[in-house]
Design a protein around this ligand. Structure first.
Ligand SMILES: NC(=O)C1=CN([C@@H]2O[C@H](COP(=O)(O)OP(=O)(O)OC[C@H]3O[C@@H](n4cnc5c(N)ncnc54)[C@H](OP(=O)(O)O)[C@@H]3O)[C@@H](O)[C@H]2O)C=CC1
Ligand SMILES: CC(=O)N[C@@H](CCC(=O)OP(=O)(O)O)C(=O)O
Length: 315
């Protein structure tokens, strides 16, 4: 492989696809080789992402055509359930090609690396099959992980997302009229990100999502039972130790608000409250669902797969 590395993008007209086009355009060693969209086929990519410097035109490529086109990396940013056909054709025609999939389709597959670099970058470096984590799952795992050795029960997490989290296919969860002055809970039990975080943290998590009227941004509030009492100072110190060398994780005493995460490349974690009886910690994390919750994390994973600096093109 020689630089610039060529990136093929499937799902390019979607919310995460647009962010990926912008990030690829700003990355010194990546070049957009093709951008797949059936609905926007024939339109210049610059129509929706003026940052595109590679003068691509959206193309309606099928999975076999994707596999046969020249690229070093394919990023799949299509809805859940769509990745399998692309992966099968790439396995057939170009098995060595790097694939980063943003959907939930391979997050439970042991043959794929799980791409949350701040918690497992050693398992991602040099890999060619990487499952990008879910948006809530990213924030909630980063909020809970430093307390894993101190757990005294099942963490319970409240999450709220902007409606871009629900994609572009019309649904009550992305209908601005229905969401106006409103907040909607959904998937009260068994949300996919509850299963995902439980699997990758290795401990039971309970999680309930909500969607609110802003376009983007995620806030999660994690209630974490503790096995032994801890002071608020020691609680924050555990996070400082875990994330000291992580440029995409910011810590602060006060609980972040949703807007603190919007537009941010990484995650901001705060709150660090301990209940009066000392048995229960509350941690709050904010991120942008389309950035650290999706596209920024995908670029970190592409960099790790290619052996580049993990944050190249990100900060
Ligand atoms: N939005 C978010 O906050 C996050 C999303 N994700 C995941 O990222 C993926 C993309 O999400 P998002 O950008 O929001 O989705 P969107 O609904 O905004 O966009 C979906 C894209 O996929 C294409 N597409 C739709 N169906 C298919 C198909 N069967 N085969 C190939 N392409 C298809 C669409 O283009 P066209 O129909 O024109 O071909 C469009 O470009 C999803 O798996 C989602 O779960 C992960 C983390 C956060
Ligand atoms: C507001 C909203 O609907 N959000 C989406 C999460 C988006 C995402 O990360 O989905 P995947 O795990 O499928 O990739 C949801 O709850 O399904």
């Amino acid at each position: 492989m020689t630089t610039p590395f060529l990136v093929g993008l499937v799902g390019a007209r979607g919310h995460t696809g647009r962010e990926l086009i912008r990030l690829i355009a700003g990355h010194p060693e990546l070049m957009l080789a093709y951008a797949v969209s059936r609905e926007f086929a024939g339109r210049p990519v610059a129509d929706i992402a003026p940052e595109d410097k590679d003068e691509c035109v959206f193309e309606a490529l099928n999975p076999e055509e994707v596999a046969k086109r020249r690229a070093d990396v394919v990023i799949l940013a299509a809805p859940d359930g769509a990745a399998g056909d692309y992966v099968a054709e790439i396995e057939r025609h170009a098995p060595g090609r790097i694939i980063v999939d943003l959907s939930a389709d391979y997050r439970f597959n042991d043959a794929w690396a799980y791409g949350l670099p701040e918690l497992n970058r050693a398992n991602i470096a040099g890999k060619s099959r990487i499952a990008n984590p879910g948006c809530y799952a990213t924030a909630l795992q980063l909020a809970v992980a430093p307390l894993l050795p101190k757990l005294g029960g099942v963490p319970s997490v409240f999450g709220v997302s902007g409606y871009s989290g629900a994609g572009t296919k019309p649904s009550p969860k992305n209908d601005p009229e229905r969401l106006k002055d409103n907040l909607m809970s959904y998937a009260l039990t068994g949300h996919n990100h509850e299963r995902e975080a439980t699997r990758h943290l290795g401990t039971k998590i309970r999680f309930t999502p909500h969607v609110h009227p802003a376009f983007r941004g995620i806030l999660v509030t994690a209630h974490i039972p503790l096995a032994e009492k801890i002071s608020e100072g020691d609680l924050m110190a555990l996070f400082e130790e875990k994330y000291r060398d992580e440029p995409l994780i910011a810590l602060r005493n006060a609980a972040p608000e949703l807007k603190d995460g919007t537009g941010r490349k990484g995650v901001i974690i705060g709150g660090f409250a301990v209940s009066a009886d000392g048995g229960h910690a509350v941690i709050v994390a904010a991120e942008d669902n389309l950035l650290k919750g999706a596209a920024v994390q995908a670029i970190q994973n592409v960099n790790l797969a290619l052996g580049l600096d993990e944050l190249k093109g990100v900060i």
